[in-house]
Ligand binder design. Sequence first.
Ligand SMILES: *[C@@H]1O[C@H](CO)[C@@H](O)[C@H](O)[C@H]1NC(C)=O
Length: 430
Amino acid sequence: MAGSQRYIRYILLAFIVAATVFFFTSSTARYQTADQLQKTAELLKGQGSIYGGSQSQAQHSLSVDAAKADATTTAASSEQTSSSSDTSPNPDYGSKTHLAGETAPGERMNATFVTLARNSDVWEIARSIRQVEDRFNRKYHYDWVFLNDAEFDETFISVTTALVSGNTRYGKIDSYHWGFPDFIDQEKAAAVREDMHERKIIYGDSVSYRHMCRYESGFFFRHPLMMNYEWYWRVEPSIELFCDINYDPFEFMVKNKKKYSFVLSLYEYVDTIPTLWDSTKKWIKNNAQHIADNNGMEWISDDGGETYNNCHFWSNFEIGSLKWLRSEQYISYFEHLDKEGGFFYERWGDAPVHSIAAALMLRKEEIHFFNDIGYYHVPFMHCPTGAEYRMEHKCHCNPSDNFDWNGYSCTKRFYEMQKMTLPEGYEKEQ
Ligand SMILES: *[C@@H]1O[C@H](CO)[C@@H](O)[C@H](O)[C@H]1NC(C)=O
């Protein structure tokens, strides 16, 4: 009898040990070492990873302020019931009511957050929103625009409306912007997907991923809901923000005449863009008037524009000017690329497209690196360099997981181009 009890105890112990090992391995696996990151970089081109599967089409946009009004009323009425005796007192202040002194003083910019998501992303985007709100927006209450190629469902709308402290708007993407343009040869495009699938190129066989890249490259900033704003901050599902943001980055952009910004940069997976630079050179040749003086060419090319070095800003995070994206020069570049067909005949991403455009059409001082915004999107982390800064801003990221000074990042090159001094302590993070 005693023997079998001991036997059971051993089994239990073994089980606990196994569970502990599993817990640690699975949680450390999230922030992999630099070496592993390099290997996975090509496999896990993070942005838009949610668009791996097949997709249906959709038509026009709708704004759901009515749903918001409902949600506000519900929140307000539940306030009275939440202090009943069988539960701890945790009053519900209502999603749009804020504690006194919580709201930051000063003017607001004409700006919005923007997210491309599917209904099934609701809990992943909920995590992102919560972090953005806790670290920044609870004091600023900027609006949030959600775009989807299908109609948003009630759960998505009510959950996100409750979490965002500003107004939320929900739009459906026009099928014309989320589909094959008529000049694309469908058979050729299908053959490319087949080939990329065989060569195991990540999302190589995905149609919806391509629609997503094309949409982010050329259309999101022209969606009717986005036309109400001049600045955007792109947020994807499952991101993390690691530090308090105690100022308004939109205002920073406006006041300092910035047009585009980033937190992570890296080298693009060449097999997805073999002819992007050739297509770009064709456009440059006919559009010299659109190339800025003092531009960022040296960041994207090591030989004065002959070849592309594959550096790009990781566009799943962006704070930028919608006016710039809507400008004649940017639209001209996008339309040229679209006609070239590489969104479908290759797998051009919106990250290299935005980055090349920014490097060519903006003056280099118009591009900003937000070292202070701690950020994670699988599989890369930007953890602000500088211990003092991290403490003051309550950052909870591990600086040794910072990707910036890794050989696969292009951020050091950005510092060199801008002739900025590398932040103190960067060597320790290499
Ligand atoms: C914000 O920008 C949009 C687009 O330029 C404009 O139509 C709108 O009037 C602006 N709103 C405010 C409050 O300035």
